[in-house]
Design a protein around this ligand. Structure first.
Ligand code: NAD
Length: 484
């Protein structure tokens, strides 16, 4: 198959310099359906040079010199085009990443919201004047970094591109995106739409390819001023090290093992559907997936029974049918999840319930049923590691302090939810949880674009989303003027 999808550099489709490509596999049936460009360091150099030219050496390039309100207007035009091409983007994302249609639609809608939010924010984010000694005027500028790199995973391609790129662009930076080799078509299409909206050449560039090639070239590039990386903790370390060679700042959005804490006074009718959705969304391949459920002992058996009934009804099937769950992204991910479940069974952990795979699902697809495990020991790998699959680990607790201790007892700290009607406890527990987001009586995996997101510990550092993201994609310059 010839290369069907080339890089996008300077508002043009560009072939990889060495002509190599990577097959894209449809996770729903395991067949190859496209060939993307296999980017190398030369391709990355071209994209970074284009982004530098669009920013300008002193921020005086075609993008760098635009007034904030002009950047905002272009982002609004992009939002309108995303809206117009919503169905097309949903189809691309659904096939490429194996997402049920409604999940892909939610992702494209999130992209639209990122465009809208940062369109509005572009001319409302500004510096400060500091009252210092009377003979000085102190001005604090918020300046764009310049050329920014966005390394994006396969689980939410279009959404994470929106999350990383839109604030960077709103603040005046230019972008070089390296999507995942497993799912990238929607991102290429959005870059094309940006060109159609009137973004100048070089403002948004996309180089596809493998992480250890194009990704490594981008994260270690001397002329990339900031990197936003979303992906696994191990690769996050590599990216931070590579950027650190040039003392370039990095935002790391990494994995999680998020707890759902259910107290005995919780409204179970409200909680349980959200808890199930929080683990099966995108087949468990979500950074903030609620993959542990901690239940207060008096209601533990009742909750297990209710969850088990629901899990038995869940069906994994081809994405196009908009099932409860689509496939996992690839064969190695399927094997990883299968191995974890086998490990649990070998170690005597009880499977409380298992969903099914549609009998007519293509045999080549990467399907795994939903699995509910009970009484998982807190220190077992099933309670500690990020599986990235539709597997929920349940465990009981006796006291509030114990719940907090178990919740915090992993190397991650991305998100958490607690379910209780006790108002004092809501805030008390929320404040003790060591993570970046806490949801009380709700759980918003991927929630509003307004809500700052990010982790602590091995879940990363820096924050994206909301106005907070604009701090990460700008740097402060203080100018001190003596006027007397
Ligand atoms: P991954 O780390 O394997 O890959 C992420 C991206 O990094 C891909 O584009 C990949 O090509 C690239 N990459 C790989 N090796 C690289 C290298 N040496 N140098 C530079 N780039 C490299 O992650 P994944 O499997 O694509 O995604 C799943 C992970 O992402 C999970 O751990 C998940 O929790 C995390 N994630 C986090 C968030 C968040 O917001 N915190 C959101 C989504 C996913």
């Amino acid at each position: 198959m010839t290369i069907t999808h080339l890089h996008f550099i300077k508002n043009q489709r560009v072939a990889p310099s060495d002509g190599r490509s990577i097959p894209l596999i449809d996770p729903s049936d395991g067949t190859e359906f496209a060939q993307i460009a296999r980017g190398n360091s030369e391709d990355v150099n071209r994209a970074v040079a284009a982004a530098r030219a669009a920013f300008g050496e002193q921020g005086n390039g075609p993008w760098g010199k635009l007034a904030p309100m002009e950047r905002g207007r272009l982002l609004a035009k992009l939002a309108a085009l995303v809206d117009k091409h919503r169905d097309e983007l949903v189809k691309l994302e659904s096939r490429d990443a194996g997402k049920p249609t409604r999940t892909a639609l939610a992702d494209v809608t999130a992209l639209l919201r990122y465009c809208e939010f940062y369109s509005g924010a572009a001319d409302k984010f500004y510096g400060d004047v500091i009252p210092y000694q009377s003979i000085f005027a102190v001005l604090v500028f918020r300046e764009p970094h310049g050329v920014t790199g966005q390394i994006v995973p396969w689980n939410y391609p279009v959404q994470i591109m929106g999350r990383s790129c839109m604030p960077a662009l709103a603040a005046g930076n230019t972008c070089v995106v390296k999507p995942s080799e497993d799912a990238c078509l929607s991102i290429l299409r959005v870059a094309e739409l940006a060109a159609e909206a009137g973004f100048p050449p070089g403002a948004i560039n996309v180089v596809t390819g493998y992480g250890h090639e194009a990704g490594a070239a981008l994260s270690g590039h001397p002329d990339v001023d900031h990197i936003s990386f979303t992906g696994s903790p191990d690769v996050g370390k590599l990216v931070a090290r590579a950027a650190g060679e040039h003392h370039h700042p990095v935002t790391l959005e990494l994995g999680g093992k998020s707890p759902q804490i259910v107290f005995a006074d919780a409204d179970l009718d409200a909680a349980l559907p959200v808890i199930v959705g929080g683990i099966i969304q995108n087949c468990g391949q979500t950074c903030v997936a609620g993959s542990r459920v901690l239940v207060e002992r008096p209601i533990y058996e009742q909750v297990i029974e209710l969850l088990a009934t629901k899990f038995r009804s869940l069906v994994a099937a081809p994405a196009i049918r908009d099932p409860d769950m689509g496939p996992l992204i690839r064969a190695t991910q399927l094997k990883r999840v299968q191995d974890f479940v086998a490990l649990a069974e070998r170690d005597g952990i009880q499977v409380a319930a298992r969903g099914t795979i549609a009998p007519d699902a293509p045999r080549g697809g990467f399907y795994h049923p939903a699995v509910l495990l009970r009484d998982v020991p807190h220190d077992h790998r099933l309670a500690q590691d990020e599986l990235f699959g539709p597997v929920l680990s349940a465990m009981a607790f006796d006291t509030e302090d114990e719940a907090v201790r178990i919740a915090n007892n992993t190397r991650f700290g991305l998100a958490a939810a607690l379910w209780t009607r006790d108002g004092a406890r809501q805030l008390r527990v929320a404040r003790k949880l060591v993570c970046g987001q806490v949801f009380v009586n709700n759980f918003g995996a991927g929630g509003g674009v307004e809500l700052p997101l990010g982790g602590v510990k091995h879940s990363g550092y820096g924050r994206e989303k909301g106005m907070e993201a604009l701090h990460g994609v700008t740097r402060v310059k203080t100018i001190v003027i003596k006027h007397d």
